[in-house]
Design a protein around this ligand. Structure first.
Ligand code: GLN
Length: 305
């Protein structure tokens, strides 16, 4: 029955694929098949449901910002992170520089590129990329996660805008340590290869207060609370407000077509749909989540009866 609903959700999203486009500003992402679509749901009781292209690998892109923020909170602490990055939605595109020249030069939040580059600069001296890769595998319960060298090379060859952001931040003293190393670390994190299933695994970890399915605590409760809150307010870039109203599930998107969602205390949802809307969010993914949210009353403020 639940499986039927998930199948129906996928078909509700599918017609919207044609209204979006795959990302091309990172050339390797432009090679994705626009028509791919898959959803995985991992529930707290151990049940798992999947439909569509849930085993296809794609790059995590901005969803890595969730992993990086969680690790930064654990190793650097709340104060150090939020002394350097804000916690407000920016209302601008994910790769915008506009507000960085304003009176407060700190990035608005850790879910946009500028904020994530600053977060990377604080993690990088303490946790190596290899350790981050291991943590990502652990958080997502997916040993198949690797660095996608093609995506990494492709993004590094077209990284001018993120490099501009990084150097602007450095000029304002917001970058910790070496700016090029922070940028490289950030791009590597974006180039991790995941599946819709890996994202459902990560979502379940967050839905379950940082405790993995074996009962092991991987993240502190406070870290998980902060991460989920920032996902709710900032996870869909300048589409976060409307998404919170229509769907009301803390989520994070990536331009590789991934969508990570956390139904608190209940389930993790992972979606793969590389056709993106103008803001860089999976267009079918949004519709699928809207359908599931209304059908299953998953909105955080849905009336409980
Ligand atoms: N790697 C991408 C970038 O820095 C991530 C952006 C995204 O997924 N929105 O532009």
């Amino acid at each position: 029955m639940f499986q039927d609903l998930i199948n129906e959700a996928l078909e509700t999203g599918r017609p919207y694929i044609k209204e979006g486009e795959v990302a091309t500003y990172i050339p390797e992402l432009g090679r994705a098949d626009k028509n791919k679509l898959g959803i995985s749901i991992f529930c707290r009781d151990g049940s798992r449901f999947s439909c569509g292209d849930t085993k296809d690998r794609f790059s995590i892109q901005s969803i890595s910002k969730v992993i990086s923020l969680a690790v930064a909170l654990e190793v650097c602490g709340f104060d150090m992170v939020f002394e350097n990055v804000g916690m407000e939605p920016s209302g601008d595109a994910f790769n915008s520089l506009i507000k960085l020249e304003g009176s407060n030069s700190h990035p608005y939040n850790p879910m946009i590129n500028s904020g994530a580059i600053v977060v990377a600069s604080f993690i990088e001296p303490k946790v190596s990329f290899e350790e981050m890769l291991k943590l990502a595998r652990c958080f997502c319960q997916d040993d198949g996660i690797v660095l996608d060298e093609k995506v990494y090379g492709s993004e590094m060859s077209t990284v001018a805008r993120n490099r501009a952001i990084a150097y602007l931040l450095e000029s304002k003293g917001v970058i910790n340590g070496n700016v090029e190393e922070a940028l490289d670390f950030y791009v590597k994190m974006c180039s991790l290869s995941v599946t819709a299933e890996s994202l459902a695994g990560l979502g379940l970890l967050l839905a379950n207060d940082g405790v993995d399915p074996s009962g092991k605590r991987l993240l502190n409760s406070d870290t998980v609370r902060v991460v989920k809150t920032i996902m709710l307010t900032c996870g869909m870039y300048d589409g976060s407000g409307e998404f919170a109203v229509r769907v009301g599930i803390p989520s994070k998107s990536g331009v590789g077509g991934g969508l990570l969602s956390v139904v608190d205390g209940k389930m993790g949802i992972g979606i793969y749909g590389p056709s993106l809307d103008a803001k860089g969010n999976s267009i079918a993914g949004r519709k699928i989540l809207q359908f599931l949210s209304s059908q299953m009353k998953l909105h955080i403020f849905a009336k409980k009866d």
